[in-house]
Design a protein around this ligand. Structure first.
Ligand code: HEM
Length: 370
């Protein structure tokens, strides 16, 4: 089966077919995608969760697929544990609290500068600048430089044929940029995440690991949220009753965020994992060394997780657990409920008429991997 792992607009219908007829399906990846040409796509909720927790899988890429950047996302213990120790204390309660205020200020400023009564590109005007400005502030990166990352990141992650030729230069430019940032912070330490990673990583990380850790924080720290904002807004526009519920009761925002994460997953599948030994999932034999794509987006739409899985319901949602040693930078997740409970973001639900619907949805993201 030829399949674009990022799928298209009809991906949830295709996932439903796969869950019913081929829960572990052999797929071909698009030409130009780093990694194996063929993978096993696992689409049922229970199989995905079992694979994440218990299956003999590893993330270290076979040598032929490595393109020089080893990060938390493609290492196994003990290297993963060593890298993880450097970042696990980054998101302290204090930093997250001060971040909340900073995020609110950035969001307010972006909204205040949106032209009223005109069509806007939500992705370019809000969904990208909000998280990228936040992560740049956290890393101590000059505010205007985010436009460089906006240019390089798609070249690194796109899977079209052109990216085969443009990716190496973009990776090199990003590495060079981060090298300059590290030199600056070594000369002028500051109260930011880059300085903390440099200090925590002293005698623990190689220079290459230091750069790749910072690059991961930069990219994972914004691409995902761009998708959440874009997909989330689109879902609400497509479900005016749910949008109305949220507007009439903004206190539901924390649950709504969880539901939007489930309904149209910002990360459509987990990082490729490789079988450490021969194994069987849903009756399909997978040989040691073969790669698996765990379809998070499909798992989130499996009626085994929630009965009306294709409906958006901002009143309630269902979530699955992620193995704690691989969870998204632990402390971030730990403080998330605290942050949501104190969020003033309800302002935008309660005060919507400045930006009437319908919105032009042409540039909403379809989900991506990080
Ligand atoms: C909507 C927002 C986000 C989503 C949906 C998301 C999703 C994920 C997922 C699914 C993974 C696991 C990948 C795998 O093992 O296959 C992950 C890992 C990770 N994420 Fe996020 N993420 C988000 C925001 C962030 C932010 C803001 C940061 C940093 C500031 C971040 C940093 C990381 C890191 C460092 C890992 C690797 C963890 C490890 O393997 O130890 N993420 N994220």
């Amino acid at each position: 089966m030829n399949i674009d792992p990022v799928f298209g607009a009809d991906r949830y219908a295709r996932y439903a077919n796969l869950r019913a007829d081929a829960p572990v399906e052999r797929i071909k990846t698009p030409p130009g995608t780093p990694g194996p040409a063929e993978l096993w796509l696992v689409s049922r909720h229970d199989d995905v969760v079992a694979a994440l927790h218990d299956a003999p899988l590893h993330l270290e890429q076979p040598p032929q697929y490595q393109f020089g950047i080893r990060t938390l996302l493609n290492t196994d213990p003990p290297d993963h544990t060593r890298l993880r120790r450097v970042v696990s204390g980054l998101f302290t309660r204090k930093r997250i609290q001060s971040l909340r205020i900073a995020v609110q200020a950035i969001a307010d400023d972006l909204i205040d500068h949106l032209p009223a009564g005109e069509t806007i590109d939500f992705i370019e005007r809000f969904a990208v600048p909000l998280p990228i400005t936040v992560i740049c502030q956290m890393l101590g990166i000059p505010a205007d430089d985010w436009r460089l990352f906006r240019e390089w990141t798609p070249k690194i992650f796109n899977t079209d044929e052109e990216s085969v030729t443009t990716r190496p230069a973009a990776v090199a430019q990003l590495i060079q940029y981060m090298g300059g940032l590290v030199r600056t912070k070594r000369d002028h330490p500051a109260d930011d995440v880059t300085t903390t990673v440099i200090q925590n990583g002293k005698d623990v990380l190689s220079e290459q690991e230091l750069l790749s850790t910072l690059m991961l924080l930069l990219i994972a720290g914004h691409e995902t949220t761009v998708n959440l904002l874009g997909n989330g807004l689109l879902a609400l526009i497509q479900h005016p009753d749910q949008l109305e519920l949220l507007r009439s009761d903004p206190a539901r925002t924390p649950d709504a965020v969880e539901e939007l994460l489930r309904y149209d997953s910002p990360v459509s599948h987990a990082t490729i994992r490789y079988a450490s030994e021969d194994l069987t999932i849903a009756g399909v034999r997978i040989a040691a060394g073969e790669g698996l794509l765990l379809a998070l987006g499909s798992a989130n739409h499996d009626p085994a997780l929630v009965s009306e899985a294709d409906d958006l319901n901002v009143h309630e949602t269902a979530t699955s657990t992620w193995p704690s040693d691989r969870a998204c930078t632990t402390a971030w997740a730990r403080h998330w409920p605290d942050w949501k409970a104190n969020s003033r973001s309800t302002r935008y639900c309660a005060d919507p008429p400045r930006f009437p619907l319908p919105w032009n949805q042409k540039s909403c993201n379809g989900g991506s991997v990080h």
